[in-house]
Ligand binder design. Structure first.
Ligand code: CA
Length: 219
């Protein structure tokens, strides 16, 4: 039986009212991004709070982000990290990440965010090649879905035992159960969900925050 409650606008507002303690930069960046044609690529606001909670609980210091877009998630995570914390942030778009930069600056976290404009697999492979396995605490994957399994495998190498990988869009607006959907992205998300669920290297849970978030912690 489905025990997940449905959200009315009123209930969602209540949820946000009990989640968000956004800085003015977070709020402005989120509202600016919401006006863009690609607005649906931005994480939900309460998801930002959720990631802040996660990185705080595990005492994260070094984190990875695969897919920056306009920087709301990296801003949220950076604000929750201790002084000296850092994010290696991977994206291929100068255009979108240029939206982020002034907000990172104003929030005083720009020096914590090491933005790498390159295909994320190249950046992740270079970190592995540099001997950085087991040295990150947290990874957020929210980029091209076709590469999700590859991103997951690299991030699993790079995070430490007890570190967390969070993967966005893993319920894919409900399309994961739509048998008629066989496009590359949808298939890749199903493949990752199945792989992680059966993966003995991690403890995992798939939860319905935003568009679905898959969480895995390395044993
Ligand atoms: Ca997303």
């Amino acid at each position: 039986m489905n025990k997940t409650i449905q959200f009315t606008e009123e209930l969602y507002t209540y949820l946000l009212d009990h989640n968000l303690n956004e800085t003015s930069e977070q709020k402005e960046l989120r509202e600016l991004t919401a006006t863009m044609p690609e607005a649906e690529m931005q994480i939900s606001a309460e998801q930002g709070t959720f990631m802040q909670f996660l990185v705080t609980v595990i005492g994260a210091n070094r984190t990875l982000e695969i897919g920056v877009f306009t920087g709301y998630s990296s801003l949220a995570v950076a604000l929750a990290l201790p002084r000296g914390g850092s994010i290696v942030a991977c994206d291929v778009s100068e255009e979108f990440t240029n939206v982020a930069r002034p907000f990172w600056d104003r929030a005083g976290v720009a020096n914590m965010i090491d933005l790498r404009i390159a295909p994320a697999l190249e950046t992740l492979d270079s970190l592995v090649a540099a001997g950085e396995e087991n040295s990150f605490d947290f990874a957020f994957i929210d980029a091209d879905k076709a590469n999700y399994v590859l991103y997951y495998e690299r991030c699993l190498e790079l995070i430490r035992p007890g570190g967390i990988i969070a993967v966005d869009n893993t319920l894919w607006a409900g399309e994961v159960t739509n048998r008629e959907k066989t496009d590359e992205d949808t298939v890749a998300i199903r493949t990752l969900n199945r792989l992680v669920h059966q993966d003995k290297r991690v403890v995992s849970t798939l939860i319905n925050v935003g568009d679905g978030v898959l969480l895995a912690t390395k044993k």
